[in-house]
Design a protein around this ligand. Structure first.
Ligand SMILES: Cc1ncc(COP(=O)(O)O)c(C=O)c1O
Length: 376
């Protein structure tokens, strides 16, 4: 929806209506339980398990914290299992900084892999992964933009190398794998974000889903200062609990999530219908994602910088997710690479993320497309 001055914002966070959440807030205030795994936290975990058909869900205060705790837990297991520390986590460079930062917070270092030119998902190069396996503590794949990666192949490879596979599905809640299953059940665990900018947005928050009851228990401890029933802290931990207020908002968001997914798909379909025939490339299998935003690769030869400036002066905001890629940023430029990151670099030159929200009308999409097609 355009702002009063006619601008089309890049995104418009849409939380459940205040009227729906009001009664929950009253219940929370009356109960005096604001955190610490209260009833809304439990209700959310159960609701997510049912929706995604997964065995366990641990709500956390952000997606980044969920990744940190999961990586920490899996790396510790790996160390104990093998009796020796392996320093690297394999992840794509084409992702948000949070993925690599979480690796570092967990005491490990990123090793970057390239992406597939059509799906923009981590590219599986079996021979190279096998050659580097001796230096890897785990594989952290991504369901980039909430669309499905080739998770079966990655799971198979990780299992053959006896490495844990975790998946960063930050913007993917409600998305599906190519076989129709919802994201959430792959690998040892998957991690989702509930940041306000996500299609499943509640403000701040995250979810870790796992089929492994031991890992779920450990994550519960890790998010709670390393404590369980006993007041004695026997392991690592921090405070990563989700507040009851955010859990309540998330429970309401879950009730209407299918509606949000349908609204986003309408927007994405409208962009695709206008732009694909004109040489704009869309992410293959993107239609299975919850479309946090719609990203396109610009036709060959289009200068993105001037294009974005002209769009902005027509009142249209855009972004360039995920450019620059991580290995193109000073912090990570010296990290080891599994292979040349040429597909990542080529995509980063031409990626453009278009305004996307539940409330964007057909006319708004037309306005963005008209401006784009006029300018390229
Ligand atoms: C790919 C990816 N991983 C992790 C995160 C971190 O999630 P959060 O913002 O909830 O910490 C994000 C971000 O927003 C993301 O896009």
């Amino acid at each position: 929806m355009p702002t009063p001055d006619g601008r089309i914002p890049f995104l418009e966070p849409e939380l459940p209506p205040l009227e729906d959440v009001e009664a929950d807030l009253r219940e929370i205030y009356a109960s005096g339980v604001f955190s610490n795994g209260g009833p809304f936290d439990r209700r959310l975990a159960e609701g997510v398990c049912a929706y995604l058909e997964v065995a366990h869900c641990v709500p956390v205060a952000s997606g980044t914290l969920g990744l940190m705790l999961a990586i920490r837990a899996l790396a510790r297991r790996e160390r104990e299992g093998r009796g020796g520390a392996r320093p690297y986590v394999l992840l794509p460079s084409f992702t948000f900084p949070a993925t690599a930062l979480a690796v570092e917070w967990a005491g490990l270092e990123p090793m970057f892999c390239d992406i597939d030119p059509e799906t923009w998902q981590p590219r599986l190069d079996r021979t190279r992964v096998e050659a580097s396996a001796g230096r890897l503590a785990m594989i952290l794949s991504c369901n980039t933009f909430g669309a499905p990666s080739d998770v079966s192949a990655w799971s198979e490879l990780a299992a053959s190398l006896d490495l844990p596979l975790a998946v960063d599905s930050a913007s993917g809640l409600g998305g599906r794998y190519a076989d129709g299953r919802r994201l959430g059940g792959a690998g040892v665990c998957e991690v989702f974000s509930m940041h306000a900018t996500k299609t499943f947005g509640v403000g701040e928050g995250g979810l870790v889903t796992t089929p492994d009851p031991e890992l779920a228990r450990e994550l519960e401890r890790l998010r709670n200062f390393g404590l369980d029933e006993s007041p004695v802290c026997e392991g690592p931990g921090l405070n990563a609990k989700l507040s009851e207020i955010h859990a309540a908002i998330a429970c309401r968001a879950l009730e209407r999530h299918e509606e949000a997914l349908a609204a986003r798909r309408r927007v994405a379909d409208a962009y695709r219908a206008r732009l694909e025939p004109q040489g704009f490339a869309f992410q293959r299998l993107g239609e299975l994602s919850p479309y946090q935003c719609v990203s396109v690769r610009l036709p060959e030869g289009v200068m993105r910088g001037p294009l974005r400036e002209r769009l902005l002066s027509s009142g249209i905001e855009t972004r360039t997710y995920f450019a620059p890629a991580l290995h193109q940023q000073p912090r990570w430029k010296d990290c080891p690479r599994l292979q040349e990151l040429e597909t990542t670099e080529a995509l980063c030159e031409g990626i453009l993320s278009l305004p996307t929200s539940n409330r964007l009308s057909e006319a708004d999409v037309e306005r963005v497309c008209d401006a784009l097609l006029r300018l390229v």
